[in-house]
Design a protein around this ligand. Structure first.
Ligand SMILES: Nc1ncnc2c1ncn2[C@@H]1O[C@H](COP(=O)(O)OP(=O)(O)OP(=O)(O)O)[C@@H](O)[C@H]1O
Length: 246
């Protein structure tokens, strides 16, 4: 059975009286680069917290590659790689030590951790920095390390919450290229949260999230047809029905 990489069904989440997600349903197709597009406060981070089980899911269901997060949490999380919005590297450890620590958390043995660390640092072109303290790296290099580290246990779905925040144009382009390349090389699916429409390619899928609701989802071409817009930025503006988009 070919279940989607991620499937959300009727997911809602409240913080007290505030509804951050309101009956959210979508799916991320296998092998897809899917952009979760939303302005500040749309509910992107809340959705990430539910997908990673940081928050308990109280309404609706989430499944990773067909594994229900509530019923089979371990199996579902094994297939998931996560890059959070805020950095989670230990700055005073070396790049490789950060990998080994993460590998231990995932129960990956030393030999496999060594081999995989070397392979992944090569993939993100940072093999020559393996022994260096993370503190000495640039913001873009740290992001590359975090993305590579998230792949240690060979997840089949990688979710990233605004991974390019604070990076310059060059570093942003590098990260995007890297993650798009991983879809091919690691055979993965990606859910990429952002508020930046210029990070979207014509071949991507998009979930337009606004004020906790999915306004539309599907291929870029479908959203353009649906809205009659000439580009995805205009389509998003029409979908959220607001005049200004930063
Ligand atoms: N811990 C919390 N307590 C109360 N309200 C919260 C909490 N976290 C988020 N919210 C509210 O929930 C809504 C969705 O926030 P969320 O952080 O999920 O959005 P976002 O799309 O990730 O925004 P950003 O791009 O700014 O990170 C907002 O109205 C926010 O104020």
């Amino acid at each position: 059975m070919n279940a989607p990489a991620l499937e959300a069904r009727n997911v809602s989440h409240c913080y007290g009286a505030r509804k951050a997600l309101d009956d959210v349903s979508f799916s991320v197709g296998r092998g897809k680069f899917c952009v979760l597009l939303g302005l500040n406060g749309a509910g992107k981070s809340t959705l990430f917290s539910l997908v990673t089980r940081l928050f308990a899911l109280r309404q609706g269901s989430l499944a990773v590659l067909g594994c229900d997060l509530q019923r089979e949490p371990r199996k579902a999380l094994e297939q998931l790689g996560v890059v959070f919005q805020s950095r989670t590297l230990d700055l005073d450890l070396s790049v490789a030590q950060n990998f080994y620590y993460h590998a231990a958390l995932h129960g990956i043995g030393k030999a496999r951790a060594n081999a995989r660390t070397e392979e992944l640092l090569n993939a993100v072109q940072l093999a020559d920095r393996a022994g260096e303290k993370v503190r000495n790296l640039s913001g873009g290099q740290m992001r590359r390390v975090e993305i590579a580290r998230a792949l240690l246990h060979k997840p089949r779905l990688l979710v990233l919450d605004e991974p390019t925040v604070g990076l310059d144009i060059g570093a942003r382009a590098d990260i995007l290229k890297l993650v798009r390349g991983l879809i091919a090389s690691e055979g993965m699916s990606v859910l990429w949260a952002t508020h930046l429409t210029d990070e979207i390619a014509g071949t991507d899928d998009v979930i337009a999230l606004h004020k906790g609701k999915v306004r539309a989802s599907g291929a870029v071409t479908t959203l353009l047809e649906q809205t009659g817009a000439s580009d995805i930025k205009q389509a998003f503006m029409l979908l959220i029905d607001e005049e200004a988009l930063a």
